[in-house]
Design a binder for this molecule. Structure first.
Ligand code: FES
Length: 161
């Protein structure tokens, strides 16, 4: 029996919102300090501060893909303030859970989305309460993932993703 539930497998095999976006209003990249995998999120935001589209690209595992698929689905149609209120726990709930050793993979999506919103805010001279204290370069992943795996060297081409 698989360690993943049907929702996770569905979002991994048929990910929503994967791909590129031309001239996004905000984009953010985050590399997991746990495993070295990387995630890039791009967002489109309208004049009412509503996220009308979100796309992701990943150099990461199936759990990261499923988490990003669900997380991007969850923020499309929300205002920036509402999107900033989406927690990693809610993403995990929407997925129906992940194995403990894979929880850190969902953090990738959460942090990359916040980084994309941070980029949007910087470019448009905006401030959001939900971004207070957020540092896109900070190592936020203090999840006890129960894994002592060394992160692999990042591929040279990732910066082109
Ligand atoms: Fe690296 Fe899942 S994101 S193991």
């Amino acid at each position: 029996m698989s360690m993943y539930n049907e929702t996770v497998i569905d979002h991994f095999t048929n990910p929503r919102n994967v791909g590129d976006m031309e001239n996004p209003d905000g984009e953010g990249t985050y590399g997991s300090p746990v495993c070295g995998d990387m995630m890039k999120i791009m967002i489109r935001v309208d004049e009412n501060d509503v996220i009308t589209d979100a796309k992701f690209k990943t150099f990461g595992c199936g759990s990261a893909i499923a988490s990003s698929s669900v997380a991007t689905d969850m923020i499309i149609g929300k205002t920036i303030d509402e999107a900033l209120e989406v927690t990693n726990k809610q993403v995990l709930e929407e997925l129906g859970g992940l194995p403990a050793i894979k929880i850190h993979c969902s953090v990738l999506a959460d942090h990359a989305i916040k980084s994309a919103i941070y980029d949007y805010a910087q470019k448009h001279g905006k401030t959001y309460k939900g971004l207070e204290g957020f540092d896109p370069k900070a190592d936020e992943d203090d999840t006890d993932h129960g894994c002592d795996m060394e992160g692999p060297a990042l591929p040279e081409h990732f910066k082109d993703l």
